[in-house]
Design a protein around this ligand. Structure first.
Ligand SMILES: *[C@@H]1O[C@H](CO)[C@@H](O)[C@H](O)[C@H]1NC(C)=O
Ligand SMILES: *[C@@H]1O[C@H](CO)[C@@H](O)[C@H](O)[C@H]1NC(C)=O
Ligand SMILES: *[C@@H]1O[C@H](CO)[C@@H](O)[C@H](O)[C@H]1NC(C)=O
Ligand SMILES: *[C@@H]1O[C@H](CO)[C@@H](O)[C@H](O)[C@H]1NC(C)=O
Length: 540
């Protein structure tokens, strides 16, 4: 028996001399599609739409020839809530390129070009700019994120300029160490692709079009035959480039087979791009010496300046890469205060050359809301029958630009998590009941549910929210008696229960001790139309 296993093992090893790295995880979703889709020319599989929290399917009108050739999209009218998400489960722990293509709803009466915000794992990564649908590399957003807990969530947030619309959602695994740039790199940061240029190339292409390694994450390389400021001349070769497709970034060899080279009359090459101010950017510069006649160390030397500061001094590609037709990548992360990023190749010997440029915005990953509290809010959402327009999808507190409405958040510095300290849902036409799970929101200081049609009893679990200072349940249909447990709320400053259908006696603790410190408004014993309103002075 064991001999047989050994034999099989030897046979297996003989047939697979060096077992290749497995294929990376890839999940592609065709938003709004009712069936799986295969697209040409690579026969790529796009799953039918799943994992969304709301929105509606519609036909897509493509914006850019680089968008995948899909026919449907999902759009999110404001009446479905201001934030909607894709929540994908069972994503293996790892490092991922997440890419979302936008599109326009193919119907005449739809406002063109919705502008909205996009978040991944609770961090806002992108705001669509007006004019995006006419610019190829703005028809999608892409970011590198880590998945630690098996799920990946990405949300769109309405900004009041049309309905967000999503053509596709891709989750492509990359190397665990991809784009390692130094000590700040890791789980705490997200890298959003701001620009990726294949200098000297006349065609824009994806890694897949270059037969690139799948572990590269199928990057999009925008053609660049000129920089606005300094034109340069295009050089392209067919020779093999060594050290291109290596770990951890697996760049396609072809991006090194073209370059922009400055001319004698204008020896500097300078690339300018607009950026959002006061952010950190990680800049990756690609070189391979492909110029005829430059074969030795010392023939071409240049400094690289980023926004005027020297980032790399005396770069000599042949010396650093080991020879002609060998790839080398330099990376530098810098803070940018202004609205422009300028990369200048300033030669001190020969002309300037550049093969490719990548610019990432370094985004600090937001802390999330305490899981137990998110769960409690979801239970409350269902129990209270919160209208669709509230949304309440994704994370309640982050991105900080788009918290759930009616929810007040507080950052708990000790646990590095957000918690809920206020619930303000007065006059929202809520018709459900108040779930006992409200007590799982341990950090609540204030609850106002006044002026709704909430029925059922007041949960006695409220008595365990020890920090509660304000509890206003007035003008609802709460019935039964006031729970004794409310007497345990020693921090309570205001308690409004008037305008309900409560019966029985006022708990002794409320009627006695508490009244000395709290403003206490209770009400109406059923049928009697009788109400008490008392305000007590704090003890002097
Ligand atoms: C990027 O640069 C940092 C330091 O500047 C270096 O430690 C790191 O290895 C570089 N990353 C890659 C992938 O070359
Ligand atoms: C930029 O990086 C520096 C140092 O790594 C850090 O202190 C700063 O908070 C970062 N700024 C932003 C906006 O992320
Ligand atoms: C709760 O909301 C109602 C209605 O908007 C408001 O009148 C009341 O003052 C609020 N209660 C507290 C304790 O702030
Ligand atoms: C409270 O009202 C509900 C109906 O909304 C009823 O079923 C229940 O018996 C009432 N409870 C009390 C204690 O009156």
């Amino acid at each position: 028996m064991s001999k047989l296993i050994l034999l099989l093992l030897i046979l297996f090893l003989a047939l697979h001399p060096s077992s290749p790295r497995p294929e990376p995880y890839a999940m592609r979703i065709s938003c709004g599609a009712r069936l799986n889709v295969h697209t040409a020319p690579t026969n790529t599989l796009w799953y039918k739409d799943f994992g969304y929290t709301g929105g509606r399917p519609a036909n897509a009108s493509p914006t850019s020839y680089i968008a995948p050739p899909l026919k449907t999209l999902r759009y999110f009218p404001l009446s479905d809530g201001p934030e909607n998400c894709y929540n994908i489960k069972r994503v293996p722990k790892g490092h991922y390129a997440v890419r979302i293509f936008f599109a326009l709803v193919a119907e005449p009466n739809f406002e063109n070009e919705p502008l909205f915000d996009v978040s991944i794992q609770g961090s806002q990564i992108y705001s669509l700019r007006s004019g995006w649908s006419t610019s190829d590399d703005q028809s999608f957003t892409e970011a590198l994120v880590f998945v630690a807990d098996g799920s990946l969530s990405s949300c769109v947030h309405s900004t009041g300029h049309g309905d967000p619309a999503i053509l596709s959602f891709e989750i492509l695994q990359v190397d665990d160490k991809a784009y390692y740039f130094g000590s700040n790199w890791g789980q705490g940061t997200i890298l959003r692709t701001a620009k990726r240029l294949n200098c000297g190339s006349t065609l824009s292409k994806f890694d897949a079009d270059y037969n690139g390694d799948h572990w590269g994450g199928d990057r999009f390389w925008h053609k660049a035959t000129t920089f606005q400021q300094s034109s340069g001349k295009v050089r392209s070769v067919e020779s093999k480039i060594k050290k291109a497709s290596v770990s951890p970034n697996f760049y396609p060899e072809e991006i090194y087979q073209t370059a922009l080279i400055s001319t004698d009359s204008l020896p500097e090459l300078s690339y300018n791009m607009d950026v959002d101010p006061n952010r950190n950017y990680s800049i990756w510069l690609h070189f391979a010496e492909i110029d005829v006649g430059i074969t030795n160390v010392g023939q071409r030397i240049f400094d690289i300046l980023i926004n005027g500061d020297i980032a790399f001094k005396d770069v000599d590609i042949i010396r650093m890469s080991g020879g002609a037709h060998m790839a080398i990548v330099l990376n530098k992360t810098i803070a940018v205060n202004g609205r422009t990023l300028t990369i200048t190749i300033h030669p001190t010997k020969g002309n300037a050359i550049i093969n490719a440029i990548e610019v990432f915005e370094v985004i600090p990953a937001e802390s999330k809301t305490l899981t137990e509290e998110v769960g409690a809010l979801q239970t409350l959402k269902n129990a209270l029958g919160l209208p669709l327009r509230f949304g309440w999808n994704g994370d309640p507190c982050v991105p900080q630009q788009h918290p759930w409405s009616g929810v007040d958040c507080l950052y708990d510095k000790k646990n590095l998590k957000w918690v809920i300290d206020g619930l303000t849902l007065d006059n929202q036409a809520l018709r459900g009941f108040l779930s006992n799970d409200i007590s799982k929101l341990h950090h609540l200081q204030s609850i106002n549910l006044s002026g709704n049609s909430i029925h059922g009893t007041i949960p006695s679990s409220l008595g365990t929210i020890t920090g509660l200072e304000v509890l206003d349940l007035s003008f609802n249909f709460f019935n039964g008696s006031i729970p004794e447990s409310l007497g345990m709320l020693t921090s309570l400053k205001r308690l409004n229960l008037n305008g309900n259908l409560l019966s029985g006696r006022v708990p002794a603790a409320l009627g006695g001790r508490l009244l000395h410190r709290a403003s206490f408004k209770t009400a109406t014993w059923a049928g009697l139309g009788f109400s008490i309103f008392q305000t007590a002075q704090r003890p002097m």
